[in-house]
Design a protein around this ligand. Structure first.
Ligand SMILES: Cc1ncc(COP(=O)(O)O)c(C=O)c1O
Length: 358
């Protein structure tokens, strides 16, 4: 008899993007915000007292939930916090599916979903995007799929494409199980599914502080949903999922909306520039509403080869050896300087003249 369950023995765990120790690397591979968190978040970390660390933290992060409720125009019992969006996903899988039960998700999307499905012994129902050049169309099956859980990343990772609210409403109305809309990148997008939460008791929104608020190192995420479903998710969480330091920092960062909005605006401006420049180099780029873009290779160029060559130049982007993605690279939008270095490197690799910025 094995020491662990058979499905754990036979599965491959999630493989995160590289996190090099060398800080000189231009890191455009794991969708971190290129800008630091709000100074108010850093001040909140510095103000944490020994007494706060001696005690257990608030089990339900009430200060954060109150702040989030105010910002999103909902009540605090419609917010639940977690140690990162990933932990929230694990909780949803734990609460909703067990052996052999169907879990539906779009593909390509977040590569953690199949791993969580395997962990629970669930049966994945893979809904494949119909991809043609830079166009990503939803598969028709999404309007009639039968499963206990349906996961939709919006804006999608790794394409950055965005589903409109009317289509989301149609999908949720036609689905009998729980729908999780993963809004890890929504701060860079023109709309959120927040207005749908009041309408659908089977909807949970996932939010992350990692991308929009520059706090990937902190590990903090939260759910927005109707209180009845959150009460069920509460039963499967850790005793104290968020620590005192992260609650303080995440609350301060969330409350500093003006600072966060400034970073989102700058990222979006850079994303537009990067998209134009990559398109001019003949990469095929779907319109992204996130803080990354997905670059389809020009003229059948080898995506893995370009990834390797960029790495040799100290620039990390993300290559996925996954169906429909082997001819593409996902590139996080960096600072203006980082993006310029990327474009200069790509031009040099293609033997194109490089303008030296003044
Ligand atoms: C689509 C998607 N959802 C959720 C997450 C989890 O975010 P975190 O656990 O950092 O809050 C990520 C992180 O990369 C992601 O890409």
């Amino acid at each position: 008899m094995g020491l662990v369950r058979d499905n754990i023995l036979t599965m491959t765990g999630y493989i995160p993007g590289e996190q090099p120790l060398d800080t000189a690397v231009i890191k455009l591979n794991t969708n971190e915000n290129p800008y630091p968190p709000s100074p108010r978040a850093m001040a909140a970390v510095a103000a944490v007292t020994p007494e706060q660390l001696r005690r257990y933290p608030s089990p339900d992060a009430l200060t954060f939930r109150r702040a989030a409720a105010k910002i999103h125009g909902v009540s605090p019992d419609m917010i639940m916090t977690a140690n990162g969006g990933d932990e929230l996903l694990a909780m949803v899988f734990r609460a909703c599916v067990t052996d052999g039960q169907p879990v539906a998700y779009l593909d390509p999307s977040y590569s953690l979903y199949p791993v969580l499905a395997r962990m629970q012994g669930a049966a994945p129902v893979v809904l494949r995007y119909r991809i043609s050049g830079a166009t990503w169309d939803l598969p028709e099956e999404i309007f009639r799929v039968n499963a206990r859980l349906l996961l939709i990343v919006n804006p999608n990772a790794p394409s950055g494409t965005l589903i409109d609210l009317e289509t989301l409403s149609r999908i949720i109305s036609s689905f009998s199980g729980l729908v999780l809309i993963d809004e890890a990148y929504v701060n860079f997008a023109p709309h959120s599914a927040l207005p749908l939460v009041a309408k659908f008791p089977n909807l949970v929104l996932l939010r992350s502080m990692s991308k929009g608020y520059g706090l990937a190192g902190l590990r903090f995420g939260y759910a927005i949903a109707q209180p009845q479903i959150l009460a069920e998710l509460h039963k499967v969480r850790d005793s104290y999922p968020c620590d005192a330091i992260s609650i303080a920092a995440a609350t301060a960062a969330l409350e500093d909306q003006a600072y966060a909005q400034g970073a989102w605006d700058r990222v979006n401006t850079e994303r537009r520039k990067l998209t134009e420049e990559l398109s001019a180099l003949c990469f095929s780029v779907p319109e992204s509403h996130a803080n990354f873009i997905l670059a389809g290779m020009p003229g059948g160029a080898d995506a893995r080869g370009i990834y390797e060559q960029l790495k040799q130049r100290n620039i990390l982007v993300r290559y996925f050896a996954l169906p429909q993605l082997t001819d593409k690279l996902r590139i996080t939008v960096g600072t203006a300087d980082q993006n310029r270095s990327l474009i200069v490197a790509l031009k040099q690799m293609a033997g194109r003249p490089v303008e030296i910025p003044r």
